[in-house]
Design a binder for this molecule. Structure first.
Ligand code: 13P
Length: 254
């Protein structure tokens, strides 16, 4: 049966994490702008907040979108160190990563906080990239499905009415920055679980919601991962900092 919902183009998003500098950013973005012309997918770079202004001007008029790595759940006020969705909007931010495992681990973000951050993004027209993923101990204990479903359920619970607007990223914690990638079969299996959960929440929209894979995706393994039925793009850490690598991942989208 053909779905009534048109599928979005795949999305390749770079997560620079806490890397970069004015000179390095400019060199990287100029190389990306030169090389990403014929991209068959949507492309975004999620950069550290101090560089929003710089990156906004360098990307102006280009098809590469600007993203943030986090967003406050609050609208404004006494929240030292946080950036609101409205502030992000002023710099043309289109995507915000929420619930990255590094934020869950080092900043103790709970499923409820992640759901509120997604809500703040959606209320301001920013697409949240909601990260879910299990640790190695959880995988070894056979808890992968239970963990990712719990993490996504919290976001669906708060944002069910506009769930079609989110992007999901499956990032197994044991694959992040380790060079250990989930096999295409391992990743596809979890993506299928997430797709079924989205289907349960919003059947007509589920086929169109993009589910990205993240965790040591690189130029060599991207094509095989991206060929899986439920892998709709990638969230790339280390390899997004090197223009040739990131461009090769973009080119791997069939
Ligand atoms: P790496 O690609 O460096 O493993 O990082 C993945 C990630 O955490 C993207 O958000």
């Amino acid at each position: 049966m053909v779905s009534a919902m048109t599928k979005h183009a795949k999305l390749i998003a770079g997560n620079w994490k806490m890397n970069g500098g004015l000179n390095a950013n400019e060199a990287l973005l100029r190389a990306l702008l030169q090389g990403a012309g014929g991209a068959r997918c949507d492309v975004a770079v999620c950069v550290p907040a101090p560089y929003f202004s710089q990156v906004q001007s360098l990307l102006a008029g280009s098809p590469i979108a600007l993203g943030a790595q986090d967003i406050s759940a609050h609208a404004q006020g006494a929240y030292t160190g946080e950036q609101s969705a409205a502030m992000l909007k002023e710099f043309g931010v289109r995507y915000a990563i929420v619930g990255h495992s590094e934020r869950r681990q080092y900043h103790f973000e709970t499923d409820d906080v992640v759901a509120s951050k997604a809500e703040a993004a959606l209320a301001n027209g920013i697409t949240p990239i909601v990260c879910v993923g299990e640790t190695l101990a959880q995988r070894d204990a056979g808890q992968t499905e239970e963990v990712v479903k719990r993490q996504l359920a919290a976001v669906i619970h708060v944002n069910g009415h506009c769930i079609s607007e989110i992007v999901v990223a499956y990032e197994p914690v044991w694959a992040i920055g380790t060079g250990k990638t989930a096999t295409p079969e391992q990743a596809q299996a979890v993506h299928a679980v997430l797709r079924a959960q989205l289907h349960h929440a919003a059947s007509e929209h589920a086929p169109g919601i993009r589910i990205l894979y993240g965790g040591s995706m690189n130029a060599a393994n991207a094509a095989e991962l991206l060929a899986q039925a439920d892998i709709d793009g990638g969230l790339i850490g280390g390899a997004s900092l090197k223009a040739p690598d990131f461009l090769q991942i973009i080119a791997a989208v069939a």
